[in-house]
Design a binder for this molecule. Structure first.
Ligand code: UT7
Length: 324
């Protein structure tokens, strides 16, 4: 059976960082509130780069490290809700910058689950046989859709991108199983980027909603209910004991969410990798950035079984069991 093997992890973060003290000069907040409620101390914020720049830098390093020639890439997917343009897609901008002339390319919108949805889509193309090599990225410049006067959201988010290469294999490794869901009826709990219709015939009222708006408590309750259910489903269906899982890499939204999920799964908290302290919530970027950080910290080894899980806007949530 053809599977999708994961070849390398990379990430790119803007150079500039703002810590909680910096933000307390912009809005009425404190380091104490932000760290105790979220676990975040600082976040990277773009001063020049757009989403495509971050994605291109990560993809370029991935290809170089793996020694893949540009023309051997068949597919590029970018999970993002902050593309540079609506068209061309961020994935097409990556293609152009890196001369991936034989690839077909598209962006995928699933907010904080965007990278795992993108992995899932790429895995299906590989299993269907038409694609042998794919570049899968998750990247955001959330700072451009953040309301910098709203303390309840602007302290949470950061910019950054990460990604992996996927390659068709007949080995029993890579993406082993997934559980993937949406609940559009709860979408109003987390919205961003509404685009007003300004045609000369339009009679509707202005809508608002350009910037991120979130009912934090509702999203917290959703995440701590649905994610453990999803992880349990993946473990049970694949007959995998929690002891066989080396790490659980959740979307980095809040350390308190990690703690509740670890408790519900009765898994040691140390298995839940976290880098949110230094990155904030980077939405579609968070899981691949965490994986790249883990690799550079020497935490990942061939044969490791890892759970990755994203949750957020849509609402969407998605869990994967992967073997390195
Ligand atoms: O990435 C997509 C997925 N997103 C998530 O998973 C986020 C899930 N939600 C959360 O992580 C948490 O709900 C938040 C971190 C967003 C908020 O924490 P909370 O404990 O739910 O706080 P809250 O929104 O209930 O606000 C509590 C209080 C309020 O004041 P009052 O009404 O109690 O007087 C807020 O006005 O904290 C106030 N507050 C702040 N105070 C200082 C809200 N933001 C701030 C702030 N600094 N930055």
């Amino acid at each position: 059976m053809t599977r999708s093997k994961i070849v390398g992890f990379e990430r790119e973060l803007p150079e500039f960082t703002a810590d909680n003290f910096d933000l307390s000069k912009i809005v009425d907040t404190s380091d104490e509130w932000i760290t105790s409620r979220t676990g975040i101390s600082r976040r990277h914020i773009s001063t020049e780069q757009n989403t495509s720049d971050l994605c291109i830098a990560a993809a370029e390093r991935l290809l170089k490290k793996a020694g893949w020639e540009p023309e051997t890439v068949d597919l590029v997917i970018v999970g993002t809700v902050t593309p540079d343009y609506q068209t061309p897609s961020t994935a097409c901008l990556v293609q152009a910058a890196l001369n991936l002339e034989n690839a077909f390319c598209f962006d995928l919108s699933a907010a904080c689950s965007g990278f795992i949805y993108s992995l899932s889509a790429a895995d299906k193309f590989i299993k269907a046989g038409g694609v042998k090599r794919a570049v899968v990225l998750g990247g955001e410049t959330l700072s451009k859709i953040t309301d910098w006067s709203d303390r309840s959201t602007c302290v949470l988010f950061g910019d950054g991108a990460g990604g992996v290469l996927l390659e068709a294999t007949e080995e029993e490794c890579g993406i082993l199983f997934e559980d993937i869901h949406s609940d559009g009826k709860k979408g109003e709990a987390l919205t961003a980027g509404y685009r007003e219709n300004r045609n000369p015939y339009f009679k509707g009222e202005p809508h608002g909603g350009k910037f991120i708006e979130m009912n934090g408590r509702e999203v917290f309750t959703f995440a701590t209910r649905k994610v453990p259910e999803s992880i349990k489903h993946v473990l049970e269906t694949t007959n995998t004991s929690p002891d066989d899982i080396k790490y659980v890499v959740l979307h980095q939204a809040n350390t308190r969410i990690n703690e509740v999920i670890a408790r519900k799964l009765k898994m040691p908290h140390e298995k839940f990798y976290s880098n949110i302290e230094r990155t904030g919530n980077t939405s579609g970027g968070s899981v691949p950035i965490a994986l790249a950080d883990m690799e550079s910290e020497g935490l990942l080894e061939k044969g490791d079984k890892i759970i990755i899980s994203g949750f957020g806007g849509g609402l969407t949530w998605a869990t994967m069991l992967i073997e390195l």
